[in-house]
Write a protein that binds this ligand. Sequence first.
Ligand code: SF4
Length: 538
Amino acid sequence: MALHALKYCERLFYLEEVEEIRVADGRVYAGRRLHEEVADEDTTNERRSIELESEEWGIFGKADAVRRRDGRWIAYEHKRGRSNQAEDGSPLAWESDRIQAIAYAVLLEEHLREAVPEARVRYHANNKTARVTIDEQARQDLRAAILRAQTLRNGNLRPPVTDDECKCPNCSLAPVCLPEEERLALSSNEASPPPRIFPQHRDRQTIHVTTPKSRIGRSGMSLTVNSEHKAEKIGIEQIDCVLIHGYAQISTQAIQLCSSRDVPIFWLTSGGRFLTATCNAGRVKQRIRQYESLTDLSMRLRLAKRLIHAKIETQLKFILRATRGAAEKRDACQTAIRNIRSALAAVGNVESNESLLGYEGQAAKAYFSALPQILGKRVDNRLKPTGRSRRPPKDAFNAALSYGYSLVQALVLRSVLAVGLEPAFGFYHQPRSAASPLVLDLMELFRTPLWEMPLIGSLNRGAWNLESDFDTAHDHVWLSPEGRKKAIEIFEARIKESYKHPFNGHSMEYARIVELEVRLLEKEWSGITGVFAQMRLR
Ligand code: SF4
């Protein structure tokens, strides 16, 4: 299968076999089903699903079937798609299928110690069988493919995207590889957006468990969530992440199921503070590249400047948008707007992350001073912020703000893990708390659009109730269970909203945009620069 990937596209081979990124989409499941269907009972003249290995060739694999025809054994490979066609109209195996079939034939030959002169590829979509001759040319082609695979495996760089663009829409790794985005970045033709390959929507859901006595367990390939009032069963294929808020319990079996399917689990305190998460072991080559790049001071500064410029510009645009057509509000925000603009103008010229922190702080101070002005007059003054307070939040606004930031943090962390980067290794924030620096870095792009804007919108709509949504003790305010539920609903609704990403010109859910930005960040040290941090308000 690795040789098949290699012949289809070298980048696909590298992503799957070296970086160990595998995406099971509908086509992959359909292919697996086909192989299960053909892996039936063995007969005298046929053996199915046979594992073969050769030290001499340095390969192993599982042939779909080997059959005896006219006293000779033949290796069979089954494919869902259609065959290629020779000039005379006879069915022809595609090159990637041909190499895979040759590999099974030589493995079989060695196993049986007798010549296997032919392999066959059965194409189910057009019901044709292509024959592959196992001659000296076939052996040479196989040798060359194995050598190429070894060379790629020893390298640290991802091969470029394939020149044959037709292959990408059928490739299960397209949402990871982002071929069109990469071609766009390399091309000077900005006239039209590339075709959409990165999906607009998430195809799975996040499970939030907020009720204290809930129990999360496992039943077959599903998670069960039992609370006092209801019981739910959700197939693991439908889940992208589990967030446990507070004291719900989860069984070892459920943790094992989630881990085996790369579904991360996050634990947050009832107050929304991030505690910890499960994460996969990581992909070594990918992380080596990340470490090497993010220890380069010029790279760190370049990325930090792009990030903070995007953050401040988004803050500025939000205030301008919220005060548009409202002269009184705009007047009240004039000083803040001026200060944010001057910080924004300075960011491009800074020469260290420390100076950048200073301008970011200047903009943040001005921005937070403007937020009470853009909350409507009807909003209860006790729901308006009195400055920024974090640990502990000292007013209702800050309590809601901090809780939402934890939800943003969990979303960014799971995107970082999904992409395969090391969350602890960032380029701007210093390691200080349980939060990972790279996650804190990336959150700067999303705090305003994913939480501050919907929070302020919901306050202006009168969606929050001071009595039922908040609990207070001394000078510490936090969200009540109802308040937490409300925050989660607002956040989940927000990340399902679509936004046209400036880079590829396509609308996609905010949750997808977070992952897209993480992937674009990785491209900054994979040969395509200037693509990260284009996310900002229009
Ligand atoms: S999306 Fe295209 S370039 Fe990327 S791995 Fe797949 S076939 Fe290769």
